[in-house]
Every structure is written in structure tokens, then in C-alpha cells.
Ligand binder design. Structure first.
Ligand SMILES: Cc1cc2nc3c(=O)[nH]c(=O)nc-3n(C[C@H](O)[C@H](O)[C@H](O)COP(=O)(O)O)c2cc1C
Ligand code: SF4
Ligand code: SF4
Length: 358
């Protein structure tokens, strides 16, 4: 017997995986004659979501740094009180395929934190499930081949449709909890990513001279992280590394500046920071017999206080210098992403090109 009168799917997607999975679940709902409403979380900047009675809701989003991305966490915090309404939580992760072996990503605290917030708000969490379409993190690796993307997507959509069917029949299922020990072990990394890592990653994007100012990256960014103070786009700390801009740029102009990042981190964190520390602070600090962990923490704090502002300045300076063609050239050709073999990722395009669509 069907107990819900409506399914609301709230989805966020950087490069199309979560969107395609959401559409598959919507299709399943229609097959079961349950009206379905798809809501893009990008559009909830200003307005508050509404959750009708006698409906079941679903949140689906990519996993970023073993957590839901901040835009999704903000959305969850904005959700109205649950008053006993049902909701199921899903995340798409970085799936890969080695020959015939499907390898999953890792959720970390993505679903657990959302579960906690929504429980406090009064929702019944009726299901939690990850699915594993292809990894879109092309700052780390080239986009996977279309054939592999399609195969991973098909599998993820199949699992998601079956799960949605179970949810709509009123069942309760929590396959995500099978990975609980690993997910909890990833908590420190998730915290590090949320408070530090994502800000560092935001400053690894830059546009090459191939940019023709079409403005697409600025228009499409879900968190309005890109501005254009001069000729080229500029990435602010709001960037959540969803990878949309880089994958959708029609000129392949957006690069992850690998060469510069490694050089700047080595120079500023490894050489300049410690050198300034030795020159300015070494003789100034009192030599007390404090335990090693205290003096180590003080050293770390001072080093960070010197190096982090230098890193921030270096990105601003680089942005200015990128307007000088030879500098732009050097920075671009020392980025892996500049080269053709470093494929871009677009879930929908890859799947459709191979005759698979939802
Ligand atoms: C910055 C960043 C961080 C990521 N962190 C994780 C992670 O912690 N665990 C994981 O399994 N996948 C991770 N991924 C991979 C994505 O979650 C995965 O490819 C997802 O399916 C992309 O969905 P989308 O196309 O809807 O944006 C990460 C991707 C990016 C870009
Ligand atoms: S999408 Fe690409 S070409 Fe268009 S403005 Fe952005 S970086 Fe430039
Ligand atoms: S700047 Fe690009 S990677 Fe960052 S949040 Fe916006 S679209 Fe995503």
C-alpha cells in the first residue's frame, strides 16, 4: 500500500551525477503514480523550502570532503520543522571502475550530520543510501572515459530507483550504516576539509588566456563565487569546488594551477614562513620548560599566522600577473588540466553520448 501522496526531491549537483540520479528516482515515482516535484537547491538562496504534509522528501547531493557541501548543509538548516514528516537522505560519491571491479567512494559524515540536524528538527529519517557514479574531482585526476562514466551511472541509477521504490512503499532502509566505522574514522578529515581544505582548494582555480569572457562560469556558479574585477574571472573563498565552472567552460580555459600551487606552498609554507619565523621570533620567545606539545602548538600557530596571509596575497598577486601573457602561459602549461589528455567531466553528456539517458 502506498502511504505518501507526493515525493519532493531536493537536489544539488555540481556536474550532473546527483541530478541524473534524482531524475531517475522521479521517473520511478511517476511509474508508481506518485506525483513528484524536483527542486534544485541552487534556487533556495533567498527562499525557504516548503515540505507538504503526507509527502516524503529526499535530499540528494554530491559528497565533498566526506560531508555534504556547505550549500546543502545551509539548505538543510533552512528546512522547516519536520513535525514527523518522512525524509530519506542520499549522496553521490566518487565511484571508479578497475576493469570489471566497481570501487565505491566514501561518505564520511555526509549523511550522519544531515541525519542529526533533521532528527533535531523533528523529521523521521526513513532511509539513508549512498550511490557511486563516476568521480568528478578533475583537480585530482582526469575525467573518466565516457564508457566507464556510463557504466557507473547506469549502476548508480538502478540502485537509486530500487531504493526510491522501497521508500515510496513505506519501507525503512539504511544501507549507509554498513560503512559506519569507516565513516566515523573519516570525521577528522571531514572537519579539516570543512574548516580549512575547501578554502585552500578555492584558490587553485585560474583562467588561462583562452578565456573569451563569455561569462558562463560566473552565471552558472551555484554560490556566486566568481567575479571579474579585471579581464579574467577571479575565484573567491565562497567557491565549494563543485567543479561545475571548470567542466562547463566552453573554451577549457579554467585550470587547476598545479604547478603554481605546489611551488607557492613549498616557498611560502616551507621556506619563507620558517625563515621569517627564525629571523623575527626565534630570539624573542621566552625559553620556558613547557611540554613539547605546547611549544609545538605555539610554533605551529606563529608559522601559520605568517604563512597563511602570504598564501592569500600570493593568489591575489598571481591574479594580477595572469593578465601578463607570458605569466599566464607559464601558469597554464604547468597545470595538468591544461592538456587534452586531462578530460573534463560532464555526467549528462557522457551518458547521452553513449545512448543512455534517464
Ligand atoms: C572537492 C570535491 C570533494 C569530493 N569529496 C568526495 C568525498 O569525500 N567522497 C567521495 O566519495 N567523493 C568525493 N567527491 C566526488 C563527488 O562527490 C562525486 O563525483 C559526485 O558524484 C559528484 O556529483 P555531481 O556530479 O552531482 O556534482 C568529491 C568531489 C569534489 C569535487
Ligand atoms: S566560462 Fe570559460 S571562457 Fe567563459 S568566462 Fe568563464 S573561464 Fe572564460
Ligand atoms: S567557482 Fe566553480 S567550482 Fe567553485 S562553486 Fe562555483 S562553479 Fe563550483
Amino acid at each position: 500500500m502506498l502511504i505518501y501522496k507526493q515525493l519532493n526531491i531536493f537536489w544539488f549537483s555540481g556536474t550532473g551525477n546527483a541530478k541524473m540520479v534524482a531524475e531517475t528516482m522521479a521517473e520511478k515515482s511517476r511509474e508508481m503514480s506518485i506525483p513528484v516535484f524536483l527542486h534544485n537547491i541552487d534556487n533556495f538562496n533567498e527562499k525557504k523550502p516548503e515540505v507538504p504534509d503526507q509527502s516524503v522528501s529526499c535530499i540528494i547531493s554530491p559528497t565533498h570532503g566526506f560531508n555534504y557541501p556547505p550549500i546543502v548543509l545551509d539548505f538543510i538548516l533552512k528546512m522547516p520543522k519536520g513535525r514527523g514528516r518522512s525524509i530519506f537522505l542520499m549522496n553521490t560519491r566518487a565511484g571508479t571502475k578497475l576493469h570489471k571491479l566497481f570501487l565505491p567512494g566514501a561518505s564520511g559524515i555526509a549523511l550522519l550530520l544531515a541525519w542529526l540536524i533533521l532528527r533535531i528538527k523533528g523529521y523521521h529519517i526513513v532511509g539513508m543510501r549512498p550511490v557511486d557514479p563516476a568521480s568528478n574531482w578533475i583537480s585530482l585526476h582526469p575525467g573518466l572515459r565516457d564508457k566507464v562514466v556510463k557504466s557507473l551511472m547506469k549502476r548508480a541509477c538502478h540502485k537509486a530507483a530500487s531504493f526510491a521504490g522501497n521508500m515510496l512503499e513505506g519501507k525503512r532502509k539504511y544501507p549507509a550504516l554498513r560503512e559506519l566505522p569507516i565513516d566515523l574514522a573519516l570525521l577528522p578529515i571531514a572537519i579539516g576539509y570543512y574548516f580549512i581544505g575547501r578554502f585552500m582548494l578555492a584558490k587553485t582555480f585560474m583562467a588561462s588566456w583562452k578565456c573569451n569572457n563569455c561569462g558562463r562560469c560566473i552565471r552558472e556558479c551555484p554560490v556566486k563565487a566568481i567575479s571579474q574585477p579585471l579581464k579574467y574571472p577571479y575565484w573567491s573563498y565562497r567557491c565549494e569546488s563543485c567543479m561545475r565552472c571548470m567542466n562547463h567552460c566552453p573554451r577549457r580555459a579554467i585550470q587547476t594551477i598545479h604547478g603554481f600551487t605546489v611551488f607557492a606552498w613549498w616557498l611560502l609554507l616551507g621556506v619563507a614562513g620558517p625563515a621569517i619565523y627564525l629571523l623575527v621570533f626565534d630570539g624573542l620567545l621566552p625559553t620556558t620548560r613547557s611540554p613539547e606539545w605546547i611549544s609545538g602548538s605555539i610554533d605551529f600557530f606563529i608559522l601559520s599566522a605568517i604563512s597563511v596571509p602570504l598564501l592569500i596575497l600570493s593568489y591575489r598577486l598571481l591574479y594580477l600577473l595572469m593578465h601578463i601573457k607570458p605569466v599566464n602561459w607559464v601558469i597554464s602549461v604547468t597545470s595538468f588540466t591544461f592538456y587534452r589528455f586531462w578530460r573534463r567531466y560532464n555526467a549528462g553528456k557522457a551518458a547521452e553520448a553513449d545512448g543512455f539517458s534517464v
